[in-house]
Design a protein around this ligand. Structure first.
Ligand SMILES: [Zn+2]
Length: 178
C-alpha cells in the first residue's frame, strides 16, 4: 500500500455526525467528507456507541464497538453481586470504554484471579466487572438500551445454580402476547 494512513485523531468534531441506527440501536457516528477530503484516505466509518450508568448518576460510561459474549450467569458470585437470580453481561475491550460521569471509574472488588467486580462508589449500583485480560464486562441492565438485540444473551452460565422454580413468565407478559 502506498500513501499515509491518516490517524483518526485528525478528524474534527465538525466532520462527525451522529444519528440513530435503523434498528433503533446505538448511535452511529459517521465521518463526513469535508472540503479537506483530500487529506483523508478514509471518507466514511461507522462505529456503534452505547451509553449507560448507575442509579445515582455518579458512574456513567460510553462504550464503543461490537458487544462481545452477551450471556447471563447465575453463579453464586453473580447472584451475590447483584441480589438477583442472574446477571446479564456483555464485554468490551478496555480501550473501548470511557468513564465519563463525575465519579470516574467504578470501585472494584477482587472476586477471582482474573476479574474484579465493579460498582458505584457512592450508592453501590452494580456496573459489571473489570478483568485482568483487557476487557470490561458491563452489566446489561446498566446500559441505557438493554433491549437492543445485540445484547440478547447467547448462553446461560451456571444455569443449574438458578432456583428450579424460576421458570416464571409473569402474568402481564402472558397477557401482552395475546
Ligand atoms: Zn457468574
Amino acid at each position: 500500500m502506498h500513501g499515509k494512513a491518516t490517524p483518526a485523531a485528525t478528524y474534527t468534531p465538525r466532520m462527525l455526525t451522529a444519528r440513530r441506527s435503523k434498528n433503533g440501536g446505538g448511535v452511529e457516528l459517521n465521518i463526513r467528507r469535508s472540503k479537506h477530503h483530500h487529506l483523508f484516505s478514509v471518507v466514511a466509518m461507522t462505529t456503534k456507541h452505547y451509553k449507560g450508568g448507575c442509579i445515582c448518576g455518579s458512574i456513567q460510561f460510553w462504550v464503543t464497538g461490537a458487544p462481545g459474549k452477551p450471556h447471563t450467569c447465575s453463579c453464586e458470585s453473580c447472584r451475590n453481586h447483584t441480589g438477583s437470580l442472574t446477571l446479564t453481561w456483555v464485554k468490551f475491550h478496555v480501550q473501548c470504554v470511557a468513564w465519563v460521569g463525575p465519579g470516574g471509574k467504578p470501585l472494584t472488588w477482587r472476586s477471582s484471579l482474573y476479574s474484579s467486580r465493579s460498582f458505584c462508589s457512592s450508592y453501590g449500583s452494580t456496573i459489571g466487572a473489570i478483568d485482568v485480560e483487557p476487557t470490561v464486562a458491563i452489566a446489561t441492565g446498566a446500559l441505557d438500551k438493554p433491549h437492543l438485540k445485540e445484547f440478547a444473551p447467547r448462553y446461560h452460565s451456571y444455569v443449574s445454580r438458578r432456583p428450579r422454580w424460576w421458570h416464571v413468565q409473569s402474568d402481564n407478559e402472558s397477557r401482552a402476547k395475546k
